[in-house]
Design a protein around this ligand. Structure first.
Ligand code: URA
Length: 240
């Protein structure tokens, strides 16, 4: 439910002040009955709202959602074999699309949106948004590994990565910060240093933190978090 004047304003009908006048003048009806109070509540999913007899459809609300993706599900709309991330989306959000992907065994922050422009901005190969991962691995990381990450890892198949951050937290535990999204990138970067990953969780994307969102749960991003995503920088020297 939302206020009638807000519904009309989001649908792009005049300014908020003008809308109040229009409603008070008796030009707006809800389910066939004239409503003169701009504050009255309407159910945007069911009510038929008309201005001067013309149906007014609400602008689809822009939604950006985060999920704490569990391990064991794939980032796909459907899969013949494994559960998908879509199964963890609560009903009202089933039409959102994932922004990028996490591997089946990787947990953590996965964004969803109905805003194609924002998704494109975040996924474009020239987009430079920092993604932070918490990893547990075999082997012992040291200064040489930090330096190799800073220079840009060369993966086992010869692929060169952009400079990245490696922060050692404890033996077998580290944070990895990358600015790109190659296939299995973090696992392959650590493997290229002889540090095979046993557990991986994405904990931040740009200014958006996973925080204490429980595994398998979702929440909508705040306006401030969405703005931080919109301000993502492009590498203008990047050649497709
Ligand atoms: N790097 C990986 O190896 N896996 C992911 O899911 C994301 C980044």
């Amino acid at each position: 439910m939302q206020r009638l004047d807000r519904y009309l304003s989001e649908a792009g009908v005049e300014s908020r002040r003008k809308i109040k006048e229009v409603v008070r003048a008796g030009r707006v009806s809800v389910n066939g009955t004239v409503v003169r109070s701009p504050e009255s509540k309407v159910d945007e999913t069911k009510d038929e709202i008309c201005l001067d007899g013309q149906h007014i459809s609400a602008a689809p609300k822009r939604i950006v959602l985060m999920m704490h993706k569990p391990a064991g599900c794939v980032t796909a709309a459907r899969d013949p074999e494994f559960p998908t991330v879509m199964e963890y989306l609560p009903d009202p959000y089933k039409k959102l699309m994932p922004v990028g992907r996490l591997d089946k065994e990787t947990e953590g922050l996965l964004l969803f949106t109905n805003d194609g422009d924002l998704a494109h901005r975040l996924l474009a190969p020239k987009s430079r948004i920092e993604k932070t991962y918490y990893a547990e691995h075999l082997g012992i990381a040291g200064e040489a590994d930090i330096a190799a990450f800073q220079e840009g890892c060369v993966l086992k198949d010869g692929t060169c990565c952009l400079p990245a951050g490696l922060e050692i937290i404890a033996e077998g535990k580290c944070l990895v910060r990358v600015m790109e999204g190659k296939y299995h990138q973090v696992r392959r970067m650590l493997a290229s240093r002889g540090l095979p990953v046993s557990y991986l969780r994405r904990i931040a994307e740009g200014g958006v933190q996973l925080g204490d969102l429980p595994c398998g749960k979702t929440r909508e991003l705040t306006e401030c978090e969405i703005e931080s995503l919109e301000s993502v920088q492009f590498d203008e020297n990047f050649l497709d």
